[in-house]
Design a protein around this ligand. Structure first.
Ligand code: ADE
Length: 217
């Protein structure tokens, strides 16, 4: 899967994409990350990417020309890719969406907005827009990382068999979570492992675990 990231801050991704599973996915050839620096498409000698909002208001908005030019370059490299815009105005991002993106043959193009937002006309070049939670972040880079992480780990061959995604939180229905787990020691600073997990009664363990597979809020 080709993952192209349109951003003013490619360096924000280097830590996360060069560590652990996300790096392993790239080194195994399962995924290929590429950065497209939005500044390269800026206008004029100062490579300007932002401007003031029509109608007044605080802050600066990303102009449409640099973003659309960057999308067009990304599309040329991967014409069938899905263009994703992280935005608080998007639909709530869930595990079921991650599963759909991972299961499709399409590559991903992620746009990372900055400043106070973007010119709304860019949505004509966008296939999906997602909100990753009801809080505001300073830009689209963290949401893009969340989306990339949640999709790439589901691609075949990224998680080893011992880490199968099938029994994980939200995998079944966006609601069911994984039960709590314990390892040694049996008692840690006066806190004990639940007794039911120690006696080898697998029917009782299954019941105990099932009772703990829903979120408390
Ligand atoms: N940009 C800023 N906040 C965001 C959020 N919660 N989800 C997606 N994109 C965002």
């Amino acid at each position: 899967m080709k993952v192209q990231i349109i951003t003013l801050f490619p360096e924000m991704f280097t830590g996360i994409l060069s560590s652990s599973m996300l790096w392993r996915a790239q080194s195994k050839g399962i995924v290929n990350y590429e950065y497209i620096n939005l500044r390269d498409f800026g206008l004029g000698p100062r490579r300007q990417v932002d401007d003031t909002p029509y109608g007044g208001g605080d802050g600066m908005l990303l102009r449409p020309e640099p973003i659309v030019a960057a999308i067009e370059v990304a599309k040329k490299q991967d014409p069938s890719a899905c263009v994703i815009l992280p935005t608080p105005r998007g639909s709530l991002y869930k595990q079921s969406e991650a599963k759909k993106l991972a299961a499709s043959d399409q590559g991903l193009i992620l746009i990372c907005p900055r400043y106070e937002g973007y010119d709304e006309r860019i949505i004509h070049w966008v296939d999906k827009s997602y909100c990753i939670g009801t809080y505001v972040l300073t830009g689209g880079e963290l949401p893009a990382m969340v989306i990339i992480d949640s999709v790439v780990r589901l691609l075949p061959g990224v998680l080893g068999g011992e880490h199968s995604a099938d029994i994980e939180s939200f995998q079944a229905d966006d609601k069911t979570v994984e039960f709590p787990q314990y390892t040694r020691p049996e008692t840690f600073r006066s806190y004990d492992v639940p007794k039911v997990l120690l006696n080898g009664n697998h029917a009782a363990i299954d019941v105990w675990r099932k009772q703990r597979q829903s979120r408390s809020n």
